[in-house]
Design a binder for this molecule. Structure first.
Ligand code: GLU
Length: 416
């Protein structure tokens, strides 16, 4: 897979565009352009064969002016410090656009979780949690799932932190199983948010959803739930992909069948009733909406000119490089940026955290209804900023986000 530009350089370039546009105060600009805290840990894990392996992990807190920091934990072989720093900064903007009372953070471990046994993964997760427990906590920094982690990972993290504390601390992580204080609707929340903003983007572009086609890159938590929920809304999903490649049927894929197939086989490879395409080909298919829901740097200056979609909804964080952004804007593609498109996850994480702190839980309908409202309001806020400033959606989202965080920075002033 192509590596592409350094994600933190991308994140800083995106920030600079907004800071220039806003003529941001130099103090806020200096502070917000970099991350506040970086914790790098090298930690040993007992492997099943009796050996001990050293793993590298990070927890980065970009900014905490608006509240405790929040963001997921990624397990992937390509995790790096610049990537985690970028992801932490993007969390700050997401939380600001959605008016969630959090700053931004992210963590990661350099590991391929598919190559570890469940027992090894548990050992790794518990030791990593222990290492970063000096900076996480329900009032300071609250992790959640990301690529390569899930509700089980969060359960081990919650249990490890609680064992250290000598009491149960459910609010230290979100995205937990329901049985230990997880929230209804959290698992599918990012995909549900993607579905909601896709319908909003179609409405804005005056396209009837029943005539639209969608291609989804990535079939993990975000990609699979986005595809399922869009199909349930009557939007025709014609292509999906995972690391093994993609499947394409111009007449529309039967998503429940595809989901059953991946549950059984663990991969899309071999699915019948569709032609196979590569991940690169999927991005260039003649569709109405493209949902990149895999990793960073998928839409670059090498393929942006060939993209045929009218709308791009960024389920992943950082899938589009700044060069590609410029090309897409020239072509008139309507891009719903990551910090707006995929914030359904952290929004329901916020609901989970509030429920844990109050020991009072809401129904699934209540969660989905609140998520719907907050997604629609945030989309409308960014769209009206786009229209009143005559800028693209990413710059509009950054204008909203940077202004919101800079106001907090300004109000608190620089200590001492
Ligand atoms: N990892 C997700 C994201 O990138 C969720 C973060 C959270 O729920 O805190 O937004």
């Amino acid at each position: 897979m192509e590596h592409g530009p350094d994600p933190f350089v991308t994140a800083q370039r995106q920030f600079d565009r907004a800071a220039d546009y806003l003529n941001l105060d130099p103090a806020a600009r200096t502070v917000l352009r970099d991350v506040q805290r970086v914790l790098e840990v090298n930690f040993p894990v007992h492997m099943d064969d009796g050996s001990i392996r050293l793993f590298k992990g990070y927890r980065v807190q970009h900014n905490m002016h608006r509240g405790p920091t929040k963001g997921g934990i990624r397990y992937h072989p390509s995790v790096s410090l610049p990537e985690v720093k970028a992801l932490a900064m993007w969390m700050t903007w997401k939380n600001a656009i959605f008016h969630l009372p959090f700053g931004g953070a992210k963590g990661g471990v350099v590991v391929d979780p598919k190559k570890l046994s469940t027992h090894e993964l548990e050992n790794l997760t518990r030791r990593f949690t222990s290492e970063i427990s000096i900076i996480i906590g329900p009032e300071s920094d609250i992790p959640a799932p990301d690529v390569g982690t899930n509700a089980q990972t969060m359960a081990w993290m919650m249990d490890t932190y609680s064992m250290h504390a000598g009491r149960s601390v459910p609010a230290v992580v979100t995205g937990k199983p329901i049985s230990i204080g997880g929230s209804q609707g959290r698992e599918e929340a990012t995909g549900r948010g993607v579905m909601i903003v896709t319908l909003e983007a179609l409405k804005h572009s005056q396209i009837d959803p029943s005539t639209a086609t969608v291609a989804v890159q990535g079939f993990g938590n975000v990609g699979s739930n986005s595809a399922r929920l869009l199909a349930e809304q009557g939007v025709k999903v014609v292509a999906v992909s995972d690391v093994s490649g993609g499947i394409y049927n111009p007449a529309g894929l039967n998503i429940p069948d595809v989901l059953r197939y991946t549950q059984e086989h663990g991969t899309l490879k071999g699915f019948r009733n569709a032609q196979s395409v590569t991940n690169d080909q999927l991005l260039e298919l003649p569709v109405t909406v493209l949902v990149p829901a895999a990793l960073e740097n998928q839409i670059t200056d090498r393929n942006a000119a060939r993209i045929q979609a009218k709308i791009i909804v960024e389920g992943a964080n950082g899938p589009t490089t700044p060069e590609a952004d410029a090309i897409l804007n020239d072509k008139g593609v309507f891009v719903v940026p990551d910090v707006l498109a995929n914030a359904g996850g952290v929004t329901v994480s916020y609901f989970e955290w509030v429920q844990d702190l109050q020991h009072f839980f809401w129904s699934e309908d209540e969660i989905n209804e609140r998520l719907h409202r907050i997604m629609r309001d945030s989309f409308a806020r960014v769209l009206s900023t786009k229209e009143s400033n005559d800028v693209d959606m990413r710059l509009a989202a950054y204008i909203v986000a940077v202004r919101t965080v800079a106001d907090a920075t300004d109000a608190r002033s620089i200590y001492p």
